[in-house]
Design a protein around this ligand. Structure first.
Ligand code: C2E
Ligand code: MG
Ligand code: MG
Length: 644
């Protein structure tokens, strides 16, 4: 035990004590013991660190009869400063002005600083009379002792987990206070206090860890929304209450259709940004009491207490509107495409997870329904299972090169000469036979398989074009691109590589993009088309007339031709409205310097009308159905023979 610096300060324990001295010594030991036991009780009840320090100082002053008690913590800053945490019986503000530090300098010989530095109790006695305290370093201490009415002081280090947290310091009015026995008892008190502080800190750490674990188990860290586990628990409770109170519930399932594509093409960080922005929009729209959760990678769910489906539909309409506006992600304006499915309790399911599954299944019908939402319809589950198994089969078919390249001729109307062909993919399923191209293209888009499908198609088309070229045939082939292809930053490089691999000139490969695709993401489309155009490729707007594009927008696009959609062409010989639309489209295109291809030319009357209207190219069953690429030469020989 380190006592203060001067021998004269030391307890005179070897000299014969008087009765009075013995009595005082005994009384002091009793005081220290009382303090110790009251301190222990305080420890048992402590729940807050600051409160514990306060209570302990109170015990020392009130129960122990000491003049003052204080706790100071050692800061590990560059000045090794001392922070006064609690003081009773001395002025905290005054102690702070002393700017004590626990560094080992002449001016830092206070009991507190010494106890912290040496990790030993430090006793100072007869402060008011001992000549030791006349040294400059002790002047503030003596002044404080006079001011606060104490004549002896002891500081005890507070050590926990091998570290000195600070010191417990106390003062007594008697100049000879704090003999060995008392110091030994009070040391225990300081140890108990340090243990109590460490224990409370550990408890806080445990509570924080438990809270983190609970958050991880029940919340989505990205959006900070409740996760699926939490949502299902709350939904099950809500169903339970709804059952008892005989009211209905609606569950809305929101699917961010574009998220997968954005993750794949722009990266997960962009996908995360999209989700966070959509979460903010939803939170602003919904009431605090609405339970919104993130239930899957690209899925949110919301449940509503409602009496009828109409209310759920109104909420879905409101959300669809709010989510419709584009979101800026990675410098691009992106339409997130949100589908909202609705399922109702008790109409569609009685269990939380079935209700969620059915609301999710309803999102598959959204493209059919207007307005971005759809109510669950029974009997869809089988259809969903079929779609799921087809997705797996399609992935396999692309990998194992089981797709087929079909070509449909395009003929120049004036000369009747074949001027190219459209490349169309076909899939002969081992069980279901030849599948509808429309169906599996949609499936590929939905399942994120369009990029590998387009890559397969590009390889097949370049190989075919090269084969024809070697036979002396310069027959342009047009490939259809999907909206997801426009997001593929590697597409243009890939096409460029294929041109150099197969030594094919740019006039022999063309691309078709449907008008609706171009309208969905105008800036992305313009960017991709400009890059393709730079390669010298001819570009077509497909299914023209179905996408509401404006004249001014068309003028900005680097395209060469428009293909009038077959829904206008097919009936034009019998329906005057269609004929008017086709005629004005041809005029419009010609005014813009664009060539016109008519799709769906399936009878002679249509062909003749197109010829009088000045349409340049015809494609349709009148000329030929799409045929396997290897049959094209035979077909063309026959065509020349028939038309020649
Ligand atoms: P599209 O690009 O507008 O292709 C024309 C579609 O019209 C083809 O259907 C073709 O068989 C059909 N068609 C052509 N002439 C006639 C006709 O006189 N009467 C009728 N009733 N139909 C005719 P298909 O091959 O089933 O393709 C459907 C759509 O699937 C295509 O429409 C295109 O958007 C898409 N598609 C086809 N192949 C690919 C591909 O390789 N990649 C991508 N991304 N989409 C493709
Ligand atoms: Mg096409
Ligand atoms: Mg078309």
């Amino acid at each position: 035990m380190t006592y203060s610096i001067n021998k004269s300060n030391k307890d005179n324990s070897n000299s014969v004590a008087t009765d009075e001295q013995l009595l005082t010594k005994f009384e002091r030991a009793v005081c220290a013991l009382k303090t110790l036991s009251a301190g222990n009780r305080t420890l048992l009840h402590a729940s807050d660190e600051q409160e514990l320090l306060y209570d302990m100082c109170q015990v020392i002053v009130k129960k122990g009869g000491y003049r003052f008690a204080a706790v100071a913590y050692a800061e590990h800053d560059k000045d090794k400063s001392i922070r006064w945490m609690e003081t009773i019986g001395i002025d905290k503000a005054f102690m702070e002005t002393l700017n004590y530090s626990w560094s080992d300098t002449e001016m830092d010989r206070s009991a507190v600083a010494t106890a912290i530095r040496t990790n030993q109790p430090c006793v100072g006695r007869r402060i008011l009379t001992d000549s030791l305290y006349e040294a400059p370093a002790y002047i503030p201490l003596r002044e404080n002792a006079i001011k606060s009415g104490y004549a002896a002081v002891t500081a005890f280090p507070l050590h926990a987990s091998g570290e000195v947290l600070g010191a417990l310091v106390m003062g007594a009015t008697e100049p000879d206070a704090f003999d060995d026995e008392e110091v030994s008892l009070l040391s225990e008190l300081a140890d108990d206090l340090a243990y109590g502080v460490a224990n409370l800190r550990m408890r806080i750490q445990h509570q924080a860890a438990e809270a983190t674990i609970a958050r991880l188990a029940y919340y989505d860290p990205l959006t900070e929304l409740p996760n699926r586990t939490f949502m299902l628990e709350r939904l099950q409770d809500a169903i339970h209450t709804a059952k008892q109170q005989h009211h209905a519930l609606a569950l809305l399932h929101l699917n961010i259709v574009r998220l997968r594509g954005i993750n794949q093409v722009l990266g997960y960080r962009s996908g995360d940004q999209l989700l966070q922005q959509l979460t903010q929009r939803l939170k602003h729209t919904l009431k605090e009491s609405d339970f919104l959760a993130r239930v899957g990678e690209s899925e949110f769910a919301l449940f509503l207490h409602t009496e009828e489906a109409d209310y759920a539909i109104r909420v879905a309409q409101r959300l669809a509107k709010v989510l419709h506006d584009s979101v800026e992600v990675a410098g691009l304006m992106i339409d997130p495409r949100v589908s909202i499915g609705i399922a109702l309790y008790p109409e569609h399911a009685n269990e939380a997870d079935t209700l969620l599954r059915r609301a999710n299944a309803a999102t598959n019908d959204v493209c059919l329904a207007r307005g971005g939402y759809a109510l669950y319809k029974g009997g869809r589950e089988q259809e969903c299972a079929r779609r799921l198994s087809l997705i797996g089969d399609l992935r396999q078919a692309i990998k194992q090169n089981e797709l087929l390249l079909y070509c449909q001729p395009k003929v120049d109307i004036a000369s009747q000469r074949v001027c190219g062909a459209e490349a169309l993919v076909r899939w002969q399923h081992p069980v279901h036979g030849m599948l509808s191209t429309m169906e599996f293209i949609k499936l590929a888009e939905y399942a994120g398989l369009i990029t590998p499908l387009t890559h397969w198609m590009l390889d097949a088309v370049f190989r075919q074009s090269h084969a024809w070229y070697k036979e002396g045939l310069e027959r342009p082939l047009a490939v259809n691109l999907s909206v997801h292809d426009l997001y593929d930053p590697l597409l243009v490089d890939r096409i460029q590589d294929l041109f150099s691999t197969w030594s094919i000139s740019p006039e022999l490969i063309q691309f078709e993009l449907t008008e609706s695709v171009l309208m969905e993401e105008p800036s992305v489309a313009l960017d991709a088309l400009t890059k393709l155009k730079k390669l010298g490729i001819r570009l077509f707007i497909d299914d023209f007339g179905t996408g509401y594009s404006s004249l001014s927008y068309l003028q900005k696009l680097p395209v060469d031709s428009i293909k009038i959609d077959q829904s206008f062409v097919m009936p034009m010989a019998t329906n005057n409205n269609s004929a008017v639309i086709v005629r004005s489209t041809i005029e419009l295109a010609h005014n813009l310097g664009l060539e016109v291809v008519a799709e769906g030319v399936d009878n002679q009357a249509v062909w003749d009308l197109l010829a009088t209207m000045g349409g340049e190219v015809a494609q349709g069953y009148l000329v030929s159905m799409p045929i396997p690429a290897e049959q094209f030469n035979n077909w063309e020989d026959e065509w020349i023979r028939m038309s020649g």
